[in-house]
Design a protein around this ligand. Sequence first.
Ligand SMILES: Cc1ncc(COP(=O)(O)O)c(C=O)c1O
Length: 442
Amino acid sequence: MAEEASTSPTLSKRGARAFEESAHLLGLASFLETQYSNQNPNGVVNFGVAENTLMQDELKADLNANLQLQDLDFTYGDHMCGSTRIFKGLARLFNRYFKPVSPVEPQHIVTGCGVTALIDQVSHLLGDEGDLMLIARPYYNGFNNDVSLRSRCSMHGVDTGSINPDSPQTLAAFESAMSQLESEGKTACAVVLCNPHNPLGFNYRRETLLAYCRFAEKHDLHLVCDEIYALSQFENEKVADKVPFTSILSVDVKREAGCNPARVHVLYGMSKDFCANGLRVGCLVTQHNPDFRNAFVGTALFMKVSSAADALWSRLLLDDTLLDNFVKTNQARLRATIKYCLDWFEARGVPCNQPTTSHFIWLDLRNYLRDRDNDGNEFATDRERDKDLWLAFLEAGIFVAAGYAYTSTLPGHFRFTFCVRRDVLEVGLKRLESVLKARKKT
Ligand SMILES: Cc1ncc(COP(=O)(O)O)c(C=O)c1O
């Protein structure tokens, strides 16, 4: 006789909450399984996730041919927070490209399996449960999960209105937000700056970085600078006076802004500038806060980079010629591809911003929103109208990210990842065009 099975065992309260709070990611997970590829030509073309596929052929050939593992790579290695090899490589990278005020040393660095993992740890170590991290809107949507799912902190998006988003005046909105939060008895632990900016594709000017430093000092906050797109720079012929990338590492925050440098931490990774999201390597640089770095030791193994990925990135980082060639070629391809895409949108009369960095074009698709669904029911909100267009893109076989996911308050704005291999880009743009043609208001 068959035995009667018990009811399913329950998850912990944390587990149940994790399931509930990440349910919205299930859609993304199922999209990832159905992506377009040569083997899956009917799959969805990805213009929604920040992946740069322009250097895939070179990376594949080079890394497949040159993975050289040492005996040490089959052990836990020589450092809890990474390896002496990758620390050396990263220190060279920062000292070569980020113009630090004082040289970045191996002992300033912690590595982890992607910036996502590092943000999780950073929020865990800098914030207590319920603490807020302030950031200008719109902002990279991944931050929300990264700081909340385990650390129970949350992002607090600050609306800076119609002021140029890279200007120091935006900090006035942060001051108001801070007063409001204080009056509500809420605590902030950090201010987050994404430079270059995701999703808007600009570099912050130096005086704005200084304003952030003063703000952090005034309110006793950490300043977490995500510089993951630092080297994804390109010229845009429509922008005569491009603001160059300035790393916070190159700012003497104490002398120039009276900010304690122990507040300042930089995130960087292999995913974007090195076109290798899948290898899962990221790092944190904290030059003047050894306590913070040491606080990672206990949990560093939760996010330790696989030695194979460490070896692959280190190879690029430790060879100046290889590194310079890679960065230069990637930038040339970004430049050619963005020009191709901007021309494409211009030819079709689609308004958009003029990025000079990162992987994105911010499209203004208000002209393609509908007021009613197929059954004639009127949409009640801008969000419903945006979602309707987003679904139309998906049905046509493309994933373009809706601006509301980045807490944008502008209706009809979408983030388009342009750095897609030309063969795939052309397939995707054709599909995009079919939706635009069907939707354009006369
Ligand atoms: C600003 C920013 N930070 C962090 C990440 C996540 O990077 P990683 O792949 O290293 O986890 C992304 C990915 O899109 C990003 O845009």
